[in-house]
Write a protein that binds this ligand. Sequence first.
Ligand SMILES: [Zn+2]
Length: 149
Amino acid sequence: MALRLGDGVREAIRAHGVETYPNECCGALIGRDGVVTATLALANMTEEGPRRRFLVRPQDYREAERRASELGAELLGFYHSHPDHPARPSQYDLDHAWPFFSYVIVSVKAGVPEGMTSWRLREDRSAFDAEDLTYAQHHTDSHPAAPLH
Ligand SMILES: [Zn+2]
């Protein structure tokens, strides 16, 4: 299992995590064939208050599916941030995950995005397995550093 983030996707997830810090951000991963080409930010403020724990609600799911079909793509999974916690799924994440989706987690420490990981629920739902996460090189990052004189 592997997930590839297309151009700008990694940056969009990191920026969303910074924007909602110290609360969690949450969004959908849209694309096809294991390549994420678009993200959909899901509301940070819910009827229960700001998101403190990651939970995809039925309306989030419907919104994400609708957006994916508008783009002629598929819903590949969801991302969320872990403010001041490592990019590893919590027991709560495990208890609320669905099979067949990728779950990307970005750690945001003191407002600064750090590690990013991706996970898949095991078929028997007993645990998450890490999956390889690769990125398209964002063109603005790809300029070689200016030589020092
Ligand atoms: Zn989580």
